[in-house]
Structure formats: structure tokens, C-alpha cells
Design a protein around this ligand. Structure first.
Ligand code: GLU
Length: 602
């Protein structure tokens, strides 16, 4: 029989069963759970049950995430259970790393190691006596038996069957040892294992794959030399196997839904057989598909089935990015965008999980990283602060102070980086890529290729002196007004075709002609602006992509911007024009108004 009900309701163990049923029904109608056919109607109690024989990787993060989301979406609980029955393969720091990685991803467990809970302990190595008692119960009622066969005998049985082309299995030599003899041999410490007497492995209804199971027909030969798949429940060292511990714990911990990788699907009928032997109701099972690379190969260490530290520490992915990426591996939704954070996923998750292998396309990872970078900047979240810290450290580690000083002036590295990050956050993938992309902000010595104007498409190219004049007008803005807004307004209002009022002839001409002339002027202005942006980017940042021009000028500050613009002018001035340039450059102009560019009153 199933133990008392799961979820929030389970905390009040004194509530009568009828009340629980009613409470669950009202819960599910309040949360609209009943409306989705891909969601359980009542709060799900799920668990993530890693073995500390390895670190968390993309596939296991996804398993943990789906279990977490199912619990959160249905108002249930998410448990963490450490399945450390295989002590020989345990990696010493794996357990701590699992905790750290799950917490980093935001998958905090409601019950489990480090925080405890009403169904603990949550580490299988601390529950050995529970498994022993349960195995003993099965031996007592005949659903399991002790097997005293030596490994030599089992080896020779396997060899014989193999040579005869028969399926592998156990011939149940020990299944008929009397209870008294079995007890006596065990009490004399005779080496033995405990096997489940598994007469059939039932089919089960998988939440993802539908009705499934083994049910493989036996060949005639198999029937003559009959064998059974009687799985070992207790090993000869007295420790439980994964199968026994997993089933006992899922039952005792009141787990309602088991979401796990398809690699466990072949074991599930055996688990169901074990539930039946205990006379327990099995939980619902949902197996999530295998992750494969673009060639259809299972993700491996070579093709990026790397542990989480590589994503978070080496690649510098945000937890939001990796969680979002993992959620999209095999789960489909009907939202307009693919960008979700954990809280949003908690609201929309369901069990619409695709069958068949899931191809992992890592390009998506970087798309999501950029999307979450923008969200982080917009909300000034801890992730944004983290980006600033990473970038500041990288700058300090890689750029000599002597080089930085003139560019920072009185600003700190992080004060300087913050607006750069805001201005170019849409391109943020990793700190080092970001710095490389924006390297021109961190040096006063720019290397520029010779200036190449944009293609004039058969039209007269924009004269360089027109661009120099525009740049000079932008340079006249005094320090106090040296802001993004001023520059944006100045550039967009700068009239590239010398906005003289329409001539008398123009104004007297027909309406149509006036319209044409207006169009031509607009086109000329557009062409001029395009060239101006191109020129300014070349002059200010050597043509490197990055923040917009107004932002670049504001970040660099007046002194450095003007210096770069002058440098650009020198590099694009014909030698014979040089003299003229100098003469025109005098400070005597009406500087008070000139900085306003063509905004200035005429
Ligand atoms: N300990 C198993 C693993 O590490 C858990 C499998 C399951 O979820 O039942 O994959």
C-alpha cells in the first residue's frame, strides 16, 4: 500500500485520507493543473538521485531540472538523495561538487542532505539497515531467496549458455533451498546474495514513451534450459544493489514521479516487479531521451559531455543560461520566445517531452547567454555584477597599469567597464571575448587600417573634409555636456547636405518637383550619415564593432575622443590640405553654439 499522501499535505500527517483527497482536488483546481494533460493533477514529489561516482554534467543537470520543475509547477517538493551504494567507485569530492553545482544552478532541494527533512537520512550509505530489513521481508514471504552459488558456477553457467546460443540468466538452482536451510547457511556466514524471484517483468506506462516494457518472448531452447532474470537485491558484502535501494527509498520517501534518463528504462520493469513484490504502488515513471551530438553520437567527454565546472568556470556561462539551455533539451513549449529564467520555467513547465534522442546544438547556448546578459544588465541582477567583476579582474590581469592609466583617468576599472558593458551587452558571450571585442577601449594607441569609404555606388563619394567638419562639430561639445544623449542628438540632427532652405526657384517649382527635391535631399543626408558613422567608428575605434558612436564617445570621454578624432583627421587629410586644415582649426569659432552642431540656432 502507498504511504500517506505526498507533497505539502504530507507534512500534516494527522489529516484524514478523505480530507487529503479533497484538499488535493481543491489545490489542483486552484492552480489549474487539471487543465494540462501533460501535468499531474496533484502536487508531485520528485527526486534527483545522483551517485557520487561522477560530477554533474549537462544530462544529469537536465534530469535534476525536470524533476525540480515538475515539483515546483505542481506545488510539490523536490528531493535530493545521494545514491552512494557503490562505495568503490565513489569520487571523494563528487558529493560536495553536486551540492555546489545544483545550488549554483538554483535547484535548491526541499529535502535532502545538508538540510534534512522528514524522510531522512537522504544518503543511501546511512540507510543500510532499512534495505536489509526490506530484503529480509521479501525473503521471508518468498518473493526473494538467498543464492549461495559461487562466482565460478555462475561464470560456467554463463559460458555454457553463451556457447549454446541461449539467453543469459540464472537457473534458479538456489530458489528451492528450504527456508530453514537457507537461514542456517546464512547464519553460518556462508557467502550469498539475495535475489528477487521475478516471474515476469510487467510493462509500464511511461509518461514520455507510453506503454513500454520488455516482455521479450522466450525461444524454445530457452524453455528447455529455463533461466530467469532474478536480479540481485543484496550483494555478497551485505550492501544493497542500486535497484533495491532505489525502489525502497522512492517508496519510503513518498516519491510520486520519477523522471530519469532513458538509460534506466530497461531497469524499470524490474523495478515495477519489485514494487509488486513489496505490494507497493509504483510511482509514475518518465524517461527523458538521450543527449546526442549533431552526428547522432551520445555526448561524451570528447564531444562536450563535460562536467558543469567547464560550463560555469571555464566558459563563464551564467546559471540562467545553462538552466535555460538544459530545459530546452527535449522539452517543448508554446511560448513565443525560448528565453526563460528558472522562475519563468517554474510557471510554464509540463511533461511535453519529446521521444527519441535530443540533439544538442551548442550555438543555442551562446544565443541564450547573450539574451540573459541583456536581461541581467536591464535588471542589474547579481549576474550583471558578476560580469563586471569578471571583466574587471580580466582587465587588471591582462592590461598593464601604465596602459590603463591614461584611459581610465580618475575612474576605477569597474566604473569604466560598467557603461561599456551596458552599451554592448547584447554581444556578451564570455568575459574574454567581450574584452577582445572591445579592446580599443583599453588602449590609447589605436592601430587603424587605412580609411576605406563605404561604397558610393557610382555616386560622388562624400568628401573627407565634410566628414572632418562634422567630426569637428561633434568635438566642440564641452565636458559638462559630453553625454550619450548630446552626441546622439548632434549626430542625428547634423545635416549632411548643408541644409540650406530651399531656393526660390525650388519653392516656386511645382509640388511634384518640390517633393522630388525633398526626397533627393533626404537620400543625400542618409548617405552622408552612413559615411559619417563609418568614419567616426574608424576614427574612434579603428572600425571595431562594439557600442554605438554616441556611447563610445561618452565612455572614452572628451579628451580621448577628441584626440582620436584628430588622429583620424590627420590620417585622412591629403598633405596639401594640411595647411588649410590648420588654419581652419582655430579656436576662435563661436564655440558656445558650435558644439550643438546643426542644432545650433542659425
Ligand atoms: N543513482 C542513479 C543515477 O545516478 C539514479 C537513477 C534514478 O534516477 O533512478 O543515475
Amino acid at each position: 500500500m502507498r504511504r500517506p499522501s505526498p507533497g505539502l499535505l504530507a507534512r500534516h500527517s494527522w489529516i484524514c485520507t478523505g480530507c487529503r483527497v479533497r484538499a488535493r482536488a481543491s489545490y489542483s483546481s486552484a492552480t489549474n493543473l487539471g487543465k494540462s494533460k501533460n501535468l499531474p493533477q496533484t502536487p508531485a514529489r520528485t527526486r534527483f538521485a545522483p551517485s557520487p561516482t561522477g560530477y554533474l554534467h549537462l544530462g544529469s543537470l537536465r534530469t535534476a531540472l525536470f524533476n525540480y520543475l515538475l515539483a515546483k509547477r505542481t506545488g510539490g517538493q523536490f528531493l535530493l538523495r545521494i545514491e552512494d551504494t557503490d562505495q568503490k567507485r565513489t569520487i571523494p569530492d563528487a558529493e560536495q561538487r553536486l551540492y555546489d553545482d545544483l545550488q549554483w544552478a538554483g535547484l535548491n532541494w526541499d529535502e535532502g542532505p545538508t538540510i534534512g527533512g522528514p524522510y531522512g537520512p537522504y544518503k543511501q550509505s546511512e540507510r543500510t539497515s532499512t534495505y536489509r530489513t526490506h530484503a529480509h521481508d521479501l525473503v521471508s514471504n518468498g518473493h526473494a531467496y538467498r543464492c549461495f552459488c559461487s562466482s565460478e558456477r555462475l561464470d560456467s553457467l554463463a559460458r555454457h549458455r553463451n556457447a549454446a546460443g541461449l539467453s543469459v540468466g540464472y537457473d534458479r538452482q538456489c530458489a528451492n533451498i528450504s527456508a530453514a536451510e537457507s537461514e542456517e547457511r546464512a547464519s553460518k556466514d556462508e557467502t550469498h546474495v539475495v535475489r528477487l524471484r521475478a516471474n515476469n517483468y510487467p510493462m509500464f506506462n511511461d509518461l514520455v514513451y507510453g506503454k513500454t516494457g520488455q516482455n521479450r518472448p522466450k525461444s524454445k531452447l530457452d524453455m528447455i534450459e529455463r533461466v530467469w532474470d532474478d536480479p540481485i537485491l543484496v550483494k555478497s558484502d551485505g550492501h544493497p544493489t542500486y535497484h533495491l535501494a532505489n525502489v525502497v527509498d522512492d517508496h519510503l520517501m513518498d516519491i510520486t514521479h520519477v523522471i530519469r534518463g532513458t538509460e534506466w528504462m530497461p531497469s524499470t520493469p524490474m523495478h515495477v516487479a519489485l514494487y509488486n513484490a513489496f505490494n507497493w504502488t509504483p510511482p509514475s515513471f518518465g524517461h527523458v531521451p538521450l543527449l546526442v551530438d549533431k552526428e547522432g553520437q551520445k555526448l561524451s567527454k570528447r564531444n562536450a559531455d563535460i562536467d558543469l565546472s567547464s560550463f560555469k568556470d571555464k566558459q563563464g556561462l551564467f546559471p540562467e543560461t545553462l538552466v535555460n539551455f538544459a530545459a530546452l533539451l527535449g522539452w517543448s513549449h508554446t511560448q513565443k520566445s525560448d528565453v526563460f529564467n528558472l522562475e519563468e520555467l517554474e510557471q510554464i513547465f509540463n511533461l511535453k517531452i519529446t521521444r527519441g534522442n535530443t540533439t544538442v546544438a551548442f550555438e543555442k547556448l551562446w544565443f541564450l547567454q547573450k539574451a540573459h546578459a541583456q536581461r541581467a544588465a536591464a535588471t542589474n541582477s547579481p549576474t550583471f555584477q558578476d560580469m563586471i567583476t569578471r571583466l574587471s579582474n580580466l582587465v587588471q590581469e591582462n592590461i598593464p597599469t601604465k596602459q590603463l592609466k591614461p584611459i581610465l583617468q580618475s575612474r576605477t576599472v569597474s566604473d569604466y567597464i560598467t557603461p561599456i558593458l551596458h552599451a554592448d551587452v547584447k554581444s556578451y558571450t564570455t568575459a574574454s571575448e567581450f574584452l577582445q571585442r572591445n579592446a580599443t577601449f583599453f588602449t590609447t594607441t589605436l592601430t587603424r587600417q587605412p580609411y576605406i569609404p563605404t561604397s558610393a555606388n557610382g555616386k560622388e563619394p562624400i568628401p573627407m573634409n565634410a566628414l572632418h567638419t562634422a567630426a569637428a562639430a561633434l568635438s566642440l561639445v564641452p565636458d559638462a555636456h559630453w553625454t550619450v544623449d548630446t552626441h546622439r542628438a548632434n549626430i542625428s540632427s547634423y545635416d549632411g547636405c548643408n541644409a540650406a532652405p530651399p531656393s526660390l526657384a525650388e519653392s516656386e517649382s511645382s509640388k511634384e518637383e518640390a517633393e522630388d527635391s525633398k526626397k533627393a535631399r533626404l537620400a543625400a543626408d542618409k548617405r552622408f550619415k552612413k559615411e559619417l558613422y563609418h568614419y567616426l567608428r574608424w576614427a574612434l575605434s579603428g572600425g571595431a564593432p562594439g557600442p554605438g558612436i554616441p556611447e563610445t564617445m561618452a565612455i572614452l570621454g572628451r579628451q580621448e575622443s577628441v584626440r582620436r578624432l584628430n588622429e583620424g583627421k590627420m590620417l585622412t587629410t591629403e598633405p596639401d590640405e594640411g595647411e588649410k586644415v590648420k588654419k581652419d582649426d582655430g579656436p576662435e569659432k563661436d564655440q558656445n553654439k558650435a558644439w550643438m552642431g546643426s542644432l545650433a540656432p542659425r
